[in-house]
Structures are given as structure tokens and as C-alpha cells.
Design a protein around this ligand. Structure first.
Ligand SMILES: O=CCCCC(=O)O
Length: 473
């Protein structure tokens, strides 16, 4: 895929970029390594100041950056502004909590015959971040804020369709005062990732993207024994039980499926509705989906803009065609509008069977697949049969059902009477083929830190006799 800005609202390519030459990439790697050597020694209070300055700069740049994001990948301007606000919040969260999280953790020195024993958290070095286009600022920031707080250096290989947002991010950190080269955007194609990951100056990698992309990065990283964090696909279940407030659940179901024009790993994609309320919930869900304004992402009234790429729209169409051919009913939507740009309307499918691709694949667009079930156990069983396990949602007022859901759903995140959402204050990540590792909070920061065990024996002038190091050997 060419590195280019192509507006999904019109299909017009507005700007193209040459990938880095081999020499330019070599220089970038050398600069990253040099930056890592000095940046790890910078005082924590300087990092805090730079993170806060980056948050303030983001606030000031909001209108321009939101326009850029909308132009590059079609999210509504409203959604782009919300995403920028969340990035600023994450920067401030790490500025506030980072210093405490970086303090050494004392251990029981007496139990190990030491005068002092503790864990000190140290940066791992240069981390490669391979990021997707759907939340072009947030997903990169979710890596960058903790990494920079920790004293790591970032190399961003962003998706090829959001180059200007990617370049903005590096510029943001530069103007916030971070030392040169602690965060660089590499304009490279995906074929160059292997070279970067195998380079001895790169210590680790994080990837948000598809499961095949994750497998490829994990395989290379495994070959050279480097740490990875993977945040891959999701096919999140949204389960509605009879005790739920159906109107509220249907409102949230619409947002959960159509957020970001339906292109989110944590969008609810498969809706499991108890038979006793299936008819009523389907009616409410269908009415609300049909009422969503689809159109110009710059219009504040628009809720669903275009899909980011033409091939993405083609994929979504193919999923619906496959389901319809195999007997699904289209309750709402299902026809692309006759207009320029890569639009696809909110669509509701019922009568889902295991032969259909929507049964167990991830549809990256505003298409909801609704299953009628007879019990929570049945919903959980079908949901858990999916290879992914990222987020999950239950709507129920019944304490027993809530407990069963939290205990049994195979997912990294379980939301009750709400929709899966990422917050700077909560860990984010999945299980099974949705990936491994966690982002955000202290868990996210420590993924790329060396938790160094420190054992300090008594000074020799204070040692009475014997070998203090052998206590528990
Ligand atoms: O595709 C993944 C979407 C993550 C969105 C979020 O963190 O809010």
C-alpha cells in the first residue's frame, strides 16, 4: 500500500510520501539508539513536564489535528476531537501517576538474607510500535505516553494511510520539549518492519492490528527473542438478558457497533439476545440503527461517516452478501449508498447460522449480527467459541448472571450494563487470538520495563561472620 493521504469521503488522493531509503532508516535507528542511551537518565520530573506540555499542545492543536484525522481515515470530526481529548488525558494520567509507578518496590530483605531487597523498574530501550489507522492518534498514544514516561524511546511505524497524523505525533513530542529522537515516525512499508525488528538496537515491539500481522511480528520477535505486546482483533459479544433496560441497552448497542464508523476492535459485533426479549430488542435496535445520520464526517449531525478504505468497504459488503446468500435476514441497511466515497450504512442481520462468515469472523464496519439465545450459558458458549477474546458486554440486572458472565466469558475485558471502552485508568488487552499483554495503567508501562531484582548484602565492615548470600539457597 502506498504511503498516502486519501480522503475516504471523496476517494481522492491528496498527498503521497516516499518511504525512507535504507540510509535514512539506518540514520533513524542510530539516532534512536543514541537517544535511548541518554533519555533513560533524564530526571523523572523532566519527563512529567514534557508529558504535560504535550497534553497542552494537543489541546491547542485539536481543531487542526481532528481535521487531519478525518481527512485521512474518515472518522467524524466529533469522534476525532473526542479521541484527541482522550490522548491528552492519557498523557496527564502518566504525568500524574508515572513518578509513583517508577519508584522502586521494596521486598522483604530479611527473608532473603539481605540488608536491602527491592525491584527497580528500568526502561527496556528502543521500542518499535506498529499501529493501525482506525484510532490513528489514540492507539499510538496509548503506547507512547507510558513508554516516554518509563524512559523508553519510540519508533512508530504507522498505517500507510495516516502518514500526516503519524508525522504530527513525532512533531508533538518534539515541540513539547522531549529530547530529539526519543520519538520518531518511520515512513516505511510493512515489508520493512522485519528489518527494524531484527535490528540489535531495537529491544521490543508492540503491535495493534490484525491477527495475521500479529503472528508475523511475534514470529520474527520470537526468532530474535524480543518482547512483544499484541493487541489484535475482536468480535465482542453484547449479551442482552430479560432483566435489562432494553431501551438503554439498544441505545448503547448502536453506539457500541457504529462507533468510529464501525471500525473498532472493541466494537460490539455479535449481539446475543434472550428469546423472551428478542423481538422487542430487535425492533428497538433496528429503529435506532436506521435513524443514525450517515454522511459527511465533518457535519456535526453525522454519526456514521465513510469507511477508511475502499477495500474495507468491499470486505463489509462481501460479509453481508455471504450471510444473505446463506439465509440471513437484513432488517436494516445492507445497501451501499449511491454516492462518492466509501460509505456503508448501519446494517442489522438476523437468522445467523454457523455457515455464515459473520458467525465467527470480525466485520470491520457497521454491521451487527444478532443471535437469539435461550440462556446466558448458551450466549457465553457461542461467544467463547470465537477465536478472539478482547472485550465483552452483558446487559442484566441479575446478580447471578453478572457473576456468571464475569467468571466465564473468555475475554480480556468484561463490561456490565455498558460498552467496552478504553480508559487511561483501566488496563486494556485481550486473550486467545486477540493478543497478549496489556496496555495502559501500570501494567502497560511495565510491559516494556526491566523489573530488575536488586539484592544488597550488608557492607563488609558490618558483617559479623559467614556468607550472607546463602540463606535460602
Ligand atoms: O481497534 C481497536 C480499537 C481500540 C479503541 C479504543 O481503545 O478505544
Amino acid at each position: 500500500m502506498a504511503i498516502a493521504t486519501t480522503d475516504p469521503t471523496t476517494g481522492q488522493t491528496l498527498r503521497t510520501f516516499d518511504p525512507l531509503t535504507d540510509e535514512q532508516l539506518e540514520e533513524a535507528l542510530a539516532r534512536a539508539a543514541a537517544a535511548a542511551r541518554s533519555y533513560r537518565l533524564t530526571p523523572v520530573e523532566d519527563r512529567v513536564r514534557w508529558l504535560r506540555a504535550a497534553a497542552d499542545a494537543l489541546d491547542a492543536d485539536t481543531d487542526d489535528v481532528a481535521e487531519l484525522m478525518t481527512t485521512e481515515m474518515g472518522k467524524t470530526l466529533t469522534a476525532a476531537k473526542a479521541e484527541i481529548g482522550k490522548c491528552a488525558a492519557a498523557l496527564r494520567w502518566y504525568a500524574e501517576h508515572g513518578p509513583t509507578l517508577l519508584e522502586p518496590e521494596p521486598k522483604d530483605a530479611g527473608a532473603v538474607g539481605a540488608e536491602q531487597a527491592y525491584v527497580t523498574y528500568q526502561p527496556i530501550g528502543v521500542v518499535l510500535a506498529v499501529m493501525p489507522w482506525n484510532f490513528p492518534l489514540w492507539q499510538a498514544m496509548r503506547f507512547a505516553a507510558p513508554a516516554l514516561m518509563a524512559g523508553n524511546v519510540g519508533l512508530l511505524k504507522h498505517a500507510s494511510n495516516v502518514p500526516q497524523t503519524a508525522l504530527y505525533l513525532a512533531e508533538l513530542f518534539r515541540k513539547a520539549g522531549f529530547p530529539d529522537d526519543v520519538f520518531q515516525t518511520l515512513l516505511i512499508g510493512s515489508g520493512t518492519i522485519e528489518r527494524v525488528l531484527r535490528d540489535d538496537r531495537v529491544a521490543a515491539a508492540t503491535l495493534t492490528g490484525s491477527a495475521p500481522a500479529g503472528q508475523s511480528v511475534a514470529a520474527i520477535a520470537g526468532d530474535v527473542l524480543k518482547k512483544t505486546v499484541l493487541e489484535l482483533g475482536g468480535a465482542d459479544p453484547f449479551i442482552v438478558m430479560p432483566s435489562a433496560d432494553l431501551d438503554r441497552a439498544a441505545d448503547v448497542a448502536v453506539t457500541a457497533r457504529c462507533q468510529n464508523n464501525g471500525q473498532s476492535c472493541i466494537a460490539a459485533k455479535r449481539f446475543f439476545v434472550h428469546r423472551d426479549v428478542a423481538e422487542e430488542f430487535t425492533r428497538l435496535f433496528a429503529e435506532k440503527l436506521a435513524a443514525l445520520p450517515v454522511g459527511d464526517p465533518r457535519d456535526p449531525a453525522t454519526k456514521v461517516g465513510p469507511l477508511a478504505t475502499e477495500s474495507g468497504r468491499d470486505d463489509v459488503e462481501a460479509y453481508v452478501a455471504d450471510a444473505v446468500e446463506k439465509g440471513a435476514t437484513v432488517v436494516v441497511g445492507g445497501q451501499r449508498p449511491d454516492r462518492p466515497g466509501w460509505f456503508y450504512p448501519p446494517t442489522l442481520l438476523t437468522g445467523i447460522t454457523p455457515e455464515m462468515r459473520v458467525y465467527d469472523e470480525e466485520v470491520f464496519g457497521p454491521v451487527a449480527a444478532l443471535f437469539t439465545v435461550d440462556s446466558l450459558g448458551e450466549a457465553i458458549e457461542i461467544a467463547n467459541g470465537h477465536p478472539y477474546g478482547l472485550g465483552s458486554n452483558l446487559w442484566s440486572e441479575d446478580e447471578g448472571e453478572r457473576a456468571e458472565f464475569v467468571r466465564d466469558i473468555a475475554a480480556g475485558m468484561a463490561f456490565v450494563n455498558g460498552m467496552t471502552t478504553s480508559y487511561p485508568e483501566l488496563p486494556f488487552g485481550g486473550v486467545k487470538q486477540s493478543g497478549y499483554g496489556r496496555e495502559l495503567t501500570e501494567l502497560g508501562m511495565r510491559e516494556f520495563m526491566n523489573a530488575k531484582t536488586v539484592w544488597v548484602g550488608p557492607r563488609s565492615d558490618q558483617q559479623s561472620s559467614g556468607d550472607t548470600a546463602t540463606a535460602s539457597e
